[in-house]
Design a protein around this ligand. Structure first.
Ligand code: NAI
Ligand code: 15L
Length: 273
């Protein structure tokens, strides 16, 4: 049966807030989890991913989990180790112990961030799109933790039959804010469509997908996402003229623009806490 009760970790964050707004329309009943309280949500669980007892209670009785909680930018290895590596392990262990069978894991483009981006003069057909089985090339400790999360997900499928869809999210914000995001943007509406597909597709085992809208300037292959039933409705192209006027085209000689992970490869934004 399709899942109904879904634990949303990282529910206080940017993507969590967008999904709290959009996913109930698909019929999901969300249980919210974050280390910071969520205004207007007295039933949300306020706990850290390091708190195994709280996690065990949080996952008890849910049909599936969308795992967004964690450090979402670059940080020290120690902090990433606690929140993203140990935290994701703690969540999977809790899910296994409580018999939850499906997790949607928020991986990131930064797990493959050092992959060269397709050049602007390349023909935009599927032969140049970055394939889903491209070798992982993390661009940060952050990206490394997402690479670990994907391996953890594969392991829990092979060993314990716990299914995961790992979504290598591009940039999911209300609007794209730079030229790189014209290629990587996932509109919030498409984000909800993709999470819904990842929650409801049958027999996913461990499936890895790229997460973006059907952008004109797409760099990667959406076929594994489409195979889950995802049908993106949006395209960032409506923002192209304005963003290119503001920032200029991507420059092949600029190291910030050379790779899929963009400036995370050279000068990553640092998690402020
Ligand atoms: P965010 O930083 O706005 O939200 C992350 C949330 O996780 C925060 O509310 C924070 O309080 C919570 N959190 C952090 N450490 C925690 C811990 N130890 N225990 C409990 N809660 C903890 O990030 P955003 O943009 O909402 O991203 C959500 C997820 O999606 C992250 O895992 C991020 O890596 C991933 N992602 C997001 C992308 C995007 O475009 N927004 C792109 C690629 C991946
Ligand atoms: C990510 O993984 C980050 O969590 C998000 O804040 C954006 O920076 C995104 O990647 C991106 O590459 O634009």
């Amino acid at each position: 049966p399709a899942p109904r009760t879904v634990l949303l970790t990282g529910a206080a964050g940017g993507l969590g807030t967008l999904m709290r707004g959009l996913l109930p329309a698909y019929g999901y009943e969300l249980r919210l989890f974050d280390m910071v309280p969520i205004e207007g949500e007295p039933d949300a669980i306020t706990a850290d991913l390091g708190d195994k007892d709280a996690l065990r209670e949080a996952v008890r009785g849910v049909d599936a989990i969308i795992h967004l909680a964690g450090i979402s930018l670059e940080s020290s290895f120690d902090k990433i180790l606690k929140a993203n590596i140990e935290g994701t392990y703690n969540l999977y262990e809790a899910a296994r112990e409580e018999g939850v069978h499906r997790i949607v894991f928020a991986s990131s483009n930064h797990a493959v961030g050092f992959t060269p981006r397709p050049q602007d003069d390349a023909p935009l057909d599927s032969s140049v799109l970055i394939p889903i089985d491209t070798p992982r090339r993390p661009d940060t400790f952050y990206g490394l933790s997402k690479s670990f999360g994907e391996d953890l997900a594969q392991f829990y499928w092979d060993k314990h039959g716990l299914e995961t869809v790992s979504v290598r999210i591009g940039s999911c914000f209300m609007e794209p804010t730079n030229v790189r995001m014209l290629s990587l943007w996932m509109s919030p509406g498409d984000g909800a469509r993709l999470f819904h597909a990842a929650l409801t597709a049958e027999n996913v085992g461990h499936t890895v997908v790229y997460g973006s809208s059907a952008n004109t300037r797409l760099w990667w292959d959406l076929s594994t996402a489409r195979a889950l039933g995802y049908e993106p409705q949006d395209d960032s192209e409506q923002y192209a003229e304005k963003l290119i006027a503001e920032h200029g085209e991507l420059d092949p000689d600029n190291p910030d623009h050379a790779h899929l992970g963009g400036h995370f490869c050279t000068n990553p934004p640092i998690w402020p806490y």
